[in-house]
Design a protein around this ligand. Structure first.
Ligand SMILES: [Zn+2]
Ligand SMILES: [Zn+2]
Length: 282
């Protein structure tokens, strides 16, 4: 099967005409099933958690991030999302997922998530030290901070998310490479720790082509060194595009299939109400 479970609707709206583009792209790339994974910053339920965790002080980073939080965020309730997705499901093979940021307060996250019947939950490390490290406008922080501390913090955040037991998938692992700040130190420990955390939490790896076309690194995440470790630990995978624009749904899917096959993978996960099954890659 060909499945893509990671895409976002925030550049458009809950509008069937606009969303049709995702299904058209899926069809042209011969995908059997897609799934939306709305960011938690779509939903007002999570708003306070962002203000609790992100730097929103008078520093340049704080000012930028406050503005970011005030732009095009928290615009639909989770109920709106489910209602819209259920309407789509009358005509399309589409699953209802969510991509959850790495909030400090996992008990609060659990309370919100458990009220809803998501098909799958992706957890992604989007912030380190309260900084949205994947934001181009905040790239200066990369120069200011110690790269080893960034890798260590990233790893600890994954361990924390995994230990919560709330998630099915880790989104785009090690996308901290996205701006090409590559470590010159040995990262084996970090790769191993992330793999162990995922294994213990029974979480899958999101093989995400978004970093191929959305960021300077232009490679699929996770990168090969982690894929080797993931394969050694027999971590299950999904293959996704992280499409924010309809035409990107399924983008580089063929390349990703070839990529994972090179590490011995011949199956991906299919989700339904957080029950998973292995299906053959095609
Ligand atoms: Zn993400
Ligand atoms: Zn995403």
């Amino acid at each position: 099967m060909r499945i893509d479970y990671h895409m976002h609707l925030e550049y458009g709206d809950y509008d069937e005409t606009w969303v049709q583009g995702f299904f058209d792209a899926a069809k042209s790339r011969k995908l059997d099933e897609i799934g939306f994974s709305e960011h938690t910053h779509t939903f007002p339920d999570f708003e306070q958690l962002y203000y609790d965790d992100l730097i929103v002080d008078a520093s340049p980073t704080g000012i930028f991030q406050r503005k970011w939080l005030q732009t095009n965020k928290f615009k639909h309730t989770i109920q709106d999302y489910f209602d819209f997705a259920h309407r789509l499901q009358e005509r399309h093979a589409v699953k209802i997922g969510v991509e959850v940021c790495n909030f400090r307060d996992q008990a609060a996250v659990k309370k919100i998530l458990d009220a809803w019947d998501f098909d799958y939950r992706i957890a992604s490390v989007h912030f380190l030290f309260g900084w949205a490290y994947d934001t181009k406008a905040l790239i200066d922080e990369w120069q200011r901070r110690d790269l080893r501390a960034i890798w260590a913090e990233y790893t600890s955040e994954v361990e924390r998310l995994a230990a919560s037991g709330l998630y099915d998938v880790l989104g785009h692992p090690f996308n901290i490479r996205l701006f090409k700040f590559f470590p010159t130190f040995d990262v084996t420990e970090y790769l191993e720790r992330v793999a162990v955390a995922l294994k213990n939490a029974d979480m899958a790896v999101d093989v995400n082509t978004g970093t191929m076309y959305r960021y300077p690194v232009a490679e699929i995440s996770p990168y090969a060194d982690f894929m080797k470790v993931a394969a050694a630990y027999e971590l299950p995978i999904i293959i996704t595009s992280d499409a924010h624009n309809p035409e990107d749904c399924g983008r580089f899917h063929d390349e990703a299939v070839e990529y994972v096959r090179a590490f011995g993978y011949d199956k991906v996960l299919r989700f339904s109400k957080r029950q998973r099954e292995f299906v053959n890659l095609s």
